[in-house]
Each structure stands twice: as structure tokens, then as C-alpha cells.
Design a protein around this ligand. Structure first.
Ligand code: F6P
Length: 358
């Protein structure tokens, strides 16, 4: 029996989205031949709400393995607004269900991060056949050891740290590098260790300025004339960790800083007198071609999703556990986050290396 399968990519883009789409599509054509039709939904759930989609053919999935971003386009459509009817009067959930039906879909693959998984679960609860695929450079999706896009971002962030090393040492500076990760510090922890950062600050482990200053002082006492800090954008100090988001932002406005890295750099310069600079690679961390690891993972995940379609297994998301590709129920994944815990093995590695965690 013919199956019509929709694919969408939602949330922030990241390397490996196209490679995953390719993996799923090629495996579906391979196994199901003319019995499968693929529909590309544009711009994530926004496209599903609006009924914006395109009929795809087999050749559309060529030359995608190395291509960054997503050929389907993406958008952030916050989960908290999915069930809210806004000024435009559109009932988003009803609209998505209606368009799923008018597109004639038998199933929908949703490639995305935490927000995407919440909406994917909502749609599954509404009776649609949904399969999730875990992407994000934050690596914070519950139930999978790794998400596609993460390791490419680690490679990029590590290269940033490597390159900043040369300026830090030549100019005898303290360099504060702001890496992506609002809630999860995985990217900063991995790249910080891989890039040989001296101090790593992540949102899960609030820092104390004295500890940061002490770490810089210790390096100086050993004759090291520069220091490198890898700081996740969502990091906070101990006092801020007890505050609500709004209060924290208000405090930073009062301090006249845009973000945590700016404040840390200012504090270090003030207390040590060292020349200090901030570097923010920003979206470069999400850009461009996926690494070999991510191409492989994307292909494994994509082909596994194709198998789920073939076997009519829905309401699940693909995951990697102990080096095996498996699936987890969407209901178990939605609304949870995989964050760095104080006893994580890499935290121990950092401590053994004498890296300050603030
Ligand atoms: O979730 C991926 C991510 O890159 C985060 O690390 C970052 O905080 C956020 O997206 C940035 O979002 P945007 O691209 O919408 O500015």
C-alpha cells in the first residue's frame, strides 16, 4: 500500500539536517520504491499550520550529504503558543491536523530539538503518526547519548579556541570565549576540554568570581601569561542561580552588560589588571557542512526512521544508546532535558586536569 510521508525541520538549523533528510528519503525509496511519496513541509510547524509544502522526487535528495542548513527551511514556533489562539485567530493544532489530512499524509518525520519534540508529542497525542529525529548543537535531548549537529559544533568551537590560543599567548591576554548553550553546557564542556581551556563555565554549575580569579592567579604564579575561558552563553554566578530569568536580566541591565561573558571579562580586567577580550563565534557554531561523525549519525538516524515508517511504528523518536540506534516514546522525551550533572564523567576529567569550573 502506498505511503505518503511528510518531512519537516523545526527550531534552529544545524549541520546534519539535510544529511538526515537524505538518509531517511534514500532508505525509504530503496525499501519501498514506488510505494512511497515524500512531501517536504516548509519552515517547520509554521508550514504545517499554513499548509505550505512541496512534492518531492527522488532526485531532490541528491547532493545533500555535505550541505549545511536545511533545504526545507525552518522556523521557531514556540511550543507554549501552539495551543494559544493569537490575534490571527488561527487554531494551530486544528490547522496542523487539517493540513496533515489534506496533504494526505500517512506519517510525518519531525527533525528538531526539545521544542520540536514537545510539539511532535502533542501531534502524536492528537492521533497523527509522528516520528521524531533528534537534532541540536546543544546535545540536550533526553534519552539519546548524542544528537546530530552536536559534534560538528564541537569541532567548530574547538577550532575557535585553538585559534584564540595564539592571540591569547602572543598578547598575554585573558580571552573569554562565549559558546552557544543557554541551558545545557555540553558544547562548552566538550570543546573546552578539547581546546585546552583553562576555565570552563556552564549553566548547570553556577560560578563564583573568586574561583575564576583564583584560577587565573594560579596560572600567573606558574609563569603563564595568558588564560582562556570557555563560557556557555547561559552561564550564571551562584547568586544569579537563585533568581528567576526576569530578575537575572534586570540585574545585568543594572550592571550595564549584555551577557555573562561581557561581565566576566570586565570583572577579570578590573580585579587583575590583565588585558581581557571577549570572542563570540555565535551562529558560526551551527553553520556549514556536517563533520564525518555527524554525516554518519545522520545517515544512521535517517535510515532508522525509514525502517520505523516501513514497520508503521509511530509516536517515537530516534536515539543512540550505547552505540545502538533505538527509539524512545515521544511521550517520555517531550518536556525533559538532558543536562550536564556534577558527577558527569567529563566533569571529573576536567577536575583531574586542573581545569577550573568556577
Ligand atoms: O538550540 C540551538 C541554539 O543554537 C542554542 O545553542 C542557542 O542558544 C540558540 O539556538 C540561538 O537561537 P537563535 O538562532 O534563534 O538565535
Amino acid at each position: 500500500m502506498k505511503k505518503r510521508i511528510g518531512i519537516l525541520t523545526a527550531g534552529g538549523d544545524c549541520p546534519g539536517l539535510n544529511a538526515t533528510i537524505r538518509g531517511a528519503a534514500k532508505a525509504m525509496y530503496q525499501r519501498m520504491g514506488n510505494e512511497v511519496e515524500i512531501v517536504g513541509v516548509r519552515n517547520g510547524f509554521a508550514g504545517l499550520i499554513e499548509g505550505d509544502y512541496m512534492e518531492m522526487k527522488e532526485s531532490d535528495f541528491s547532493n545533500l550529504l555535505t550541505r549545511g542548513g536545511t533545504i526545507l527551511g525552518t522556523a521557531r514556533t514556540p511550543f507554549r503558543l501552539m495551543t494559544v489562539v493569537e490575534a490571527d485567530g488561527v487554531d494551530k493544532v486544528a490547522s496542523m491536523k487539517q493540513h496533515y489530512k489534506t496533504m494526505g499524509l500517512d506519517a510525518l518525520l519531525c527533525l528538531g530539538g526539545n521544542g520540536t519534540h514537545k510539539t511532535a508529542n502533542l501531534l502524536a497525542e492528537e492521533g497523527l503518526n509522528i516520528i521524531g529525529l533528534p537534532k541540536t548543537i546543544d546535545n540536550d535531548i533526553w534519552g539519546t547519548d548524542v544528537t546530530f549537529g552536536f559534534h560538528t559544533a564541537v569541532d567548530i568551537a574547538t577550532e575557535v579556541i585553538d585559534r584564540i590560543h595564539t592571540t591569547a599567548s602572543s598578547h598575554h591576554r585573558v580571552m573569554v570565549i562565549e559558546l552557544m548553550g543557554n541551558k545545557a553546557g555540553w558544547l562548552t564542556l566538550y570543546s573546552g576540554i578539547a581546546g585546552g581551556a583553562d576555565i570552563i563555565l556552564i549553566p548547570e554549575l553556577p560560578y563564583q568570581l573568586e574561583n575564576v580569579l583564583e584560577a587565573i592567579g594560579k596560572r600567573n604564579a606558574k609563569g603563564k601569561t595568558f588564560s582562556i575561558l570557555a563560557v556557555a552563553e547561559g552561564s550564571m554566578d551562584v547568586e544569579e542561580s537563585t533568581m528567576k530569568n526576569k530578575e537575572r536580566l534586570a540585574k545585568r541591565r543594572e550592571q550595564n552588560v549584555h551577557g555573562v561573558t561581557e561581565r566576566i571579562a570586565r570583572d577579570i580586567a578590573k580585579h587583575t589588571g590583565y588585558e581581557t577580550r571577549v570572542a563570540v563565534p555565535g551562529h558560526i557554531q551551527r553553520g556549514g557542512t556536517p563533520s564525518a561523525y555527524d554525516r554518519l549519525l545522520a545517515t544512521e538516524f535517517g535510515t532508522y526512521a525509514a525502517q520505523l515508517v516501513e514497520n508503521d511504528q509511530y509516536g517515537v523518536t530516534v536515539a543512540l544508546r550505547n552505540n545502538l540506534v533505538v527509539s524512545n516514546p515521544l511521550s517520555e522525551v517531550a518536556g525533559k532535558k538532558k543536562l550536564v550533572t556534577p558527577d558527569d564523567d567529563l566533569i571529573n576529567v576536567a577536575r583531574r586536569m586542573g581545569i577550573s569550573l568556577g
